[in-house]
Design a protein around this ligand. Structure first.
Ligand code: DGL
Length: 260
């Protein structure tokens, strides 16, 4: 099984992309709704939650883990890789690779939670690949709670987005990384705000699913160890009406959330 975790429902955008690209592989998801958002927590707390989320997924049969949360990936990826033998994928590296190859102007924007932006991980990874590129980052801490509340079309959300994106609009960016797995739910609003033909949005949920697909085709024996033929399961540490509605919106069908 492919284990996927996030602080809440945002990582379901990753699960949906994995489901689309690798439909034969079963998914086990854990959304830590009781402790969302991670992006406003300390690195120590995020690391502790990430370790327990990974233990939960491995304990339920996951053979590979995707950290479907930029906030967790930015501070906990190396620690999880040291601690656990299973292959660990995360959303940041594939998004960086796509951004670096897609920019023409050399100016890349990154939006994410406070934890992700404060970690400087996108700057480090982009500069490591292409030191000549310019990166303009903006923390957008209100967006995760708005998405978790299901306010993806609300007027207030549009106003907040306008304020967050204004400084990036003034830079000559041609590529904008959605550095949070909740943001694909706001993709249309963000694209509209930034200009449809001017800016390419990088959706890390798609990029990480493509990376996993590549890994499994290069490692077919490992791929065979992933369990098939049983239903995907979606566990959460708390259930809210908004989460049920958002899950349905992401997948386009009802998802049974199981509380643990
Ligand atoms: N989806 C998570 C991310 O990618 C949200 C983190 C949070 O809970 O703040 O960063």
């Amino acid at each position: 099984m492919i284990g996927i975790f996030d602080s809440g429902v945002g990582g379901m955008t990753v699960a949906r992309s994995v489901e689309t690209l690798l439909p034969d592989n079963r998914i086990i998801y854990y959304g830590d709704l009781a402790r969302t958002p991670y992006g406003s927590k300390s690195p120590e707390a995020i690391i502790e939650y990430s370790i327990s989320n990974t233990e939960f997924l491995l304990g339920h049969g996951a053979k590979v883990i995707i950290i479907a949360c930029n906030s967790a990936a930015s501070v906990a990826s190396d620690i999880l890789r040291q601690k656990f033998a299973a292959p660990i994928f995360e959303v940041i590296t594939p998004a960086v690779e796509r951004a670096v190859t897609s920019t023409v102007t050399g100016n890349i924007g990154v939006i994410g939670t406070r934890a992700t932006i404060r970690s400087g991980i996108y700057d480090q990874k982009i500069k490591a690949q292409a030191p000549e590129l310019h990166i303009f980052s903006k923390a957008c801490p209100l967006l995760v709670p708005l998405v978790e509340e299901g306010w993806v079309d609300a007027r207030e959300t549009k106003m907040i987005l306008r304020k967050y994106l204004a400084p990036l609009k003034q830079k000559q960016i041609d590529t904008l990384v959605l550095g949070c797995t909740h943001y694909p739910l706001l993709k249309d609003l963000i694209q509209h705000r930034m200009g449809k033909n001017r800016i390419r949005l990088i959706d890390s949920s798609i990029e990480v699913a493509l990376t996993l697909q590549g890994y499994l085709s290069e490692n077919p024996d490992f791929g065979k160890t992933l369990q098939r033929g049983i239903e995907n399961r979606y566990f959460v540490s708390d259930i809210t009406k908004a989460a049920v509605a958002t899950a349905e919106k992401i997948f386009g069908r009802h998802i049974d959330l199981e509380k643990v």
